[in-house]
Write a protein that binds this ligand. Structure first.
Ligand SMILES: Nc1ncnc2c1ncn2[C@@H]1O[C@H](COP(=O)(O)OP(=O)(O)O)[C@@H](O)[C@H]1O
Ligand SMILES: [Mg+2]
Length: 260
């Protein structure tokens, strides 16, 4: 419904209903459609509980849709996929492993060859600004640094698609702003197809080509807004008149819609 004729990620009239053990049902997502073109950066914003995480899990093949279809490159998603990297709000790191050893976990799972893995892990740590920190342990890094390591880990097996669920939600405001700029730089260098969930309108506008606004539960895509702001973007982008006008427009959605 949004982008090119055949989007890389095609979410088509997807519904998700959860059933509790007592038999009651909860419709988390209703008739959700969203297209994400290859190499596009799309952000999803919406109130808590509107099914954003559920949608990401379904795209990742970790959850099945109750109705509708999710296709990647034309093929239905029916289980976890190798071409997806996932980043969550709180990076889950193995505390007994160094940062380098954490970043290489996907390579071990996918049995990539050792020499390539070592070279790639080194490059990725440089890319996320952690060159020289590979031999540290997770508890020796700040929250922002751990999240950067999680991004490096998600990119380890060179997935086409990066799904990020409120990746900076646990960070303080200043670190978060710095991480936004860092992610822009990483994306410019890697050009993955990214779907990122955020509560922050500014974060969504700064990062993305399109912002999908979700309605409260049961969630669906209320509107998809194009962000026609030139790249590369920077901190100064926040004062661009288009940015300011779009922020105002997006804010209108949330003041008009009661919280879930
Ligand atoms: N595994 C589950 N079982 C039952 N209900 C669930 C499950 N996962 C999510 N939900 C419910 O589905 C709704 C959407 O959840 P979620 O996708 O986490 O929302 P969001 O990420 O937008 O905050 C919520 O009401 C949540 O309680
Ligand atoms: Mg969520």
């Amino acid at each position: 419904m949004t982008a090119s004729p055949s989007p890389l990620i095609d979410v088509c009239d997807v519904k998700k209903e959860f059933r509790s053990r007592s038999g009651t049902s909860l419709v988390a997502l209703a008739d959700t459609s969203l297209g994400v073109a290859a190499n596009q950066f799309i952000c999803i914003v919406g109130p808590s509980g509107c099914g954003k995480s559920t949608l990401l899990r379904m795209i990742a093949g970790l959850e099945t849709a109750s109705a509708g279809a999710i296709r990647i490159d034309g093929a239905s998603v029916n289980g976890p996929r190798r071409d997806i990297g996932l980043v969550f709000q709180s990076p889950v790191m193995l505390p007994w492993r160094t940062i380098l050893q954490n970043v290489t976990v996907p390579a071990e799972v996918m049995k990539l060859d050792a020499a390539t893995t070592k070279r790639r892990a080194g490059e990725l740590l440089e890319l996320v600004g952690l060159g020289g920190f590979g031999d540290r342990y997770p508890d020796e890094l700040s929250g922002g640094m751990r999240q950067r390591a999680a991004i490096a880990r998600a990119l380890m097996h060179d997935p086409r698609i990066l799904l990020m669920d409120e990746p900076f939600g646990a960070l303080d405001a200043l670190t978060r702003e710095a991480m936004n700029l860092e992610l822009l730089r990483i994306w410019e260098a890697s050009r993955k197809t990214v779907v990122l969930v955020t509560h922050s309108i500014e974060e969504a506008l700064l990062l993305s080509d399109k912002v999908a606004v979700f309605a409260p539960r049961p969630g669906f895509v209320r509107e998809v807004i194009d962000v026609p702001i030139a790249r590369p973007r920077s901190a100064a982008t926040r004062s661009d008149p288009t940015f300011v006008a779009l922020a105002e427009r997006l804010r209108g959605h949330f003041t008009a819609v009661p919280a879930a």
